[in-house]
Structures are given as C-alpha cells and as structure tokens.
Design a protein around this ligand. Structure first.
Ligand SMILES: [Zn+2]
Length: 441
C-alpha cells in the first residue's frame, strides 16, 4: 500500500462505526471513506484519515454510523390507506382495500403515496426496500427522484387490476419494465406474484420462466393467514409452499413474505433450497395472522429479512419498531429471553435483509466496494444513556427519531434531520388531499 494520500469525496469520521460485516467489526472511533456511490474503506478514524484526503468531512462524534436498514417487504403506496381499514381480518381487509384501489390507484395518486413512504423510510433510516404494488413505473420513477434504493417488479395476478391491465398484456409490459430498469445503479428489478390463492399455477409458471430468463429475484406472499391456508388447501389439496414447490418456485432466488404457517419439513425445505423469508411481525400481529417461527427458521439456516408490510396493515414503515417487536414476541411466546438476541435482529434489518433481496454484495453492511448506503444515529439522548452495548441500544431503546443522517448510493438524502430529496410538507399536503376523497367509501 502506498503511503500517498488517496482522495475521497466524503469522510465520515469520529463516531462509533458498526460495520455489520461477517466479522462483526465495531470501531469505537471509526471512519468511512466514500467516493462516488461506493464505500472505499471502513476502519479506525486515525488510519482512514491518514490514508484519505477529502474536502467534505462529516463529523459523526456522539453518533453511531451503520448500514442503512433494509425493508424486505412493503407496499409503499399503501400509505394512502393508513388507518382506513383497521381491526378486521386479512380477507375482508383485502376486499376493502381492493375496492378502494379500483377507484383511486391512479399513477398520480400511487406516486404520491410512494413519495410519502420513501420520506417516512428515509427519515427512519431505511435505505432499501422491496416493493409490490400497482403502477410500478410511477413508483420506480419516484424512488429514483428520491434517491431511494428500491427493488420492484412486475406483479402477476389472475384478474384485471386497478391499472386496467389484462393478464395477456402483463407479460410484454413486464419485459419492457425489466429492460428499462435492469441496469439502473440505484433501483433493481424482480418478478412477483401476489399469492398462490390469487394466482393459478400456469401464471406462477409464467412468472417463474420470466424470472429465470433474466436471472431475477422472485417474490411472493406465502402462508400468511389461516384463511389463505384453508383456501389453498380447498383448491389444490396442498399448502402454499407445496404449490410453489410444484411450480418450481422454491430456489435461491426466491423471497417469501410472511411464512407464518409452515411445518418443520417446510422450514427444512426452505433452508435446503436457500429460499429467503421476509418476516413482517407487526402486520402479522395486527391482522391476527399469527407469529412466524423465526427462531426455528434461523436454526435451520434460512435467510430472514425484516419487513414492515404496507402502512395499511402495520401502520407505519418504521423498522426500529419492527426490530423490537420481532425480538420481544418470540421471547414472550417461548418463555425464553435468549432467543432472537439483539445482534441477530439487527442483522435481519441490515445484511440478512440485503441478502434476502439478492443485494448482499451491494448493501446491508459497511464494507469496501459496497454501495455507500449508511445512516447515523444520535447517541446523545436520554433513552440511550448510558451506553454499554450498541446492539442492545439499537434494537431495544433507539427510535426512528434518533436517525440524523442518511446517505444512499453515496448521496446525502437526509442531513442533520432535514430531508434533501423530498419536500416533506408538500408531500403530506398532497396525500391529505388525495385521502379526502376516500371519506365515506
Ligand atoms: Zn405484503
């Protein structure tokens, strides 16, 4: 290594740096060097400062710097329906939401809902999310403008959606979407279907072939509620996992949201096939779907990320609350405080979530060569004093309001608590105006 100084665009220096890499690196007085969209180096501040020169130095003293959080499953534009249809079961909930979507899921409205969601996620330290919703072009363009890392893709259903598109039209449109975004440095594409009870096997196979053709991640909801289990059992005499397996959809590039109702054999099958799971504990609790057996998944070696699901069933997009819930419900349910320890839960919200989305080489940890997706948390707070164990604080005590700075793909999108890519007041106003139309529906 040459003793000469290299140039970095930004040096983040002086804070506690939590890399979330496989070695579990923590630097008490650490630094991160960023050039363009990439992390150049992570390490002790003294070493990084000696090696890199930069005109822009961000002082992170009193803060912890860590990778941006990864929301492994959401429906961003559903912020539009937040709090509109609560305290009812999944199936009537879906019916109500679908009726609203039919009338109001226009590209313009959906883009507004998505922009509010990206603002909410950035403000709470989330830098990447996997989204499933209608009007995906509008959502993708909104993400690019906001500088938010989104995984999104064509979603197949067996009926005419609120976008007015018939099933036969979906395949050519899907290809167009994939071609348009597949090489984008910020957003990435996947192929999705809603569930095995809204999508028959031939459509599942169509989605499978498309995902394989382009080498893309396949995402679907699976085994979420008892109602879904009964409906799939009645139609096929099988479980959703068995239906997906038969359609050739369980593999290393598949991500299943929920997986609340799985047998031991199905958990072992997911581990063997390296199929990942997006755990959405708050949505599952709120809709009364149940509690996924996450400690058993982890023991079997399944990759598990953490998702909020949409804001209509959560009702926020806050991964800090999600982390706490994910840890606490299992401890209480199993009368065992040792399950789901804080470092494991934080990994689910960062590197494991990134791996679940097929972005393990891109984001989810602070390592040289990865994209610069990072956040800083203010530690100078009453509820974070004193500090013994940073993992414990982040999972059990920190709040989304403690997030101070957010960088995505090397671009600052929130600085000292101010959003830089989204007009926060403007988007709240736009969403309120759209929501006024829902009154009485
Ligand atoms: Zn969902």
């Amino acid at each position: 290594m040459s003793k000469e100084e290299e140039t970095a665009d930004v040096l983040i220096r002086g804070g506690l740096v939590l890399a979330m890499d496989d070695a579990g690196s923590i630097y008490r007085d650490g630094a991160v060097a960023v050039r363009g969209s990439q992390i150049l180096a992570v390490g002790p501040a003294q070493e990084i400062s000696a090696r890199f020169r930069s005109d822009t130095v961000l002082d992170a003293r009193g803060q912890v710097v860590l990778p941006g959080l990864v929301n492994a499953h959401t429906h961003a534009p559903m912020t539009l329906f937040r709090g509109l249809s609560d305290d009812i079961a999944l199936e009537p909930w879906l019916e109500r939401i679908w009726a609203l979507e039919k009338r109001y899921a226009t590209a313009e409205n959906v883009a507004a809902g998505a922009e509010l969601a990206f603002a909410e996620m950035i403000r709470s330290g989330t830098t990447t999310a996997a989204d499933m919703y209608w009007q995906r072009d509008a959502v993708m363009e909104t993400a690019r403008k906001a500088g938010f890392r989104l995984v999104n893709g064509p979603s197949f259903i067996d009926f005419v959606g609120p976008d007015g598109i018939q099933l036969e039209q979906r395949l050519p449109l899907a290809r167009e979407f994939i071609e348009k975004y597949r090489d984008d440095p910020l957003v990435s594409v996947c192929v999705q279907v809603h569930t095995t009870y809204t999508v028959p096997p031939p459509v599942l196979e169509m989605a499978r072939d498309l995902a394989r053709e382009y080498g893309l991640l396949f995402i679907t909801h699976a085994a979420e509620s008892r109602g879904e289990m009964a409906a799939v059992r009645e139609r096929y005499g099988k479980t959703p996992i068995e239906v997906l397996d038969e359609a050739g959809l369980l593999g290393g590039q598949t991500l299943l949201a929920h997986c609340v109702h799985l047998s031991d054999d199905e958990i072992a099958l997911l581990a063997e096939r390296r199929t990942a799971v997006a755990h959405c504990p708050e949505s599952n609790l709120k809709i009364g779907s149940g509690i996924a057996r996450i400690p058993d998944f982890l023991k079997a070696g399944v990759t598990v990320g953490l998702g909020t699901d949409g804001a209509a069933s959560n009702n926020d997009l806050d991964l800090w609350g999600e982390m706490r819930t994910a840890a606490l419900i299992q401890k209480g349910l199993r009368y065992d405080p040792t399950v789901m320890p804080a470092p494991v839960v934080l990994r689910m919200a960062t590197i494991e979530g990134a791996r679940a989305l097929g972005l393990g080489q891109v984001t989810g940890s602070l390592e040289a060569g990865k994209r610069a997706d990072l956040i800083s948390i203010d530690l100078d707070r009453l509820h974070l004093t004193p500090l013994f164990d940073i993992y414990s604080h982040l999972v059990y005590a920190a709040k989304s309001a403690d997030v101070r700075n957010v960088m995505i793909d090397g671009r600052m999108v929130m600085q000292d608590g101010a959003l830089l890519t989204i007009d926060e007041g403007g988007i709240k106003e736009r969403v309120r105006r759209i929501a006024e139309k829902f009154a009485g529906t």
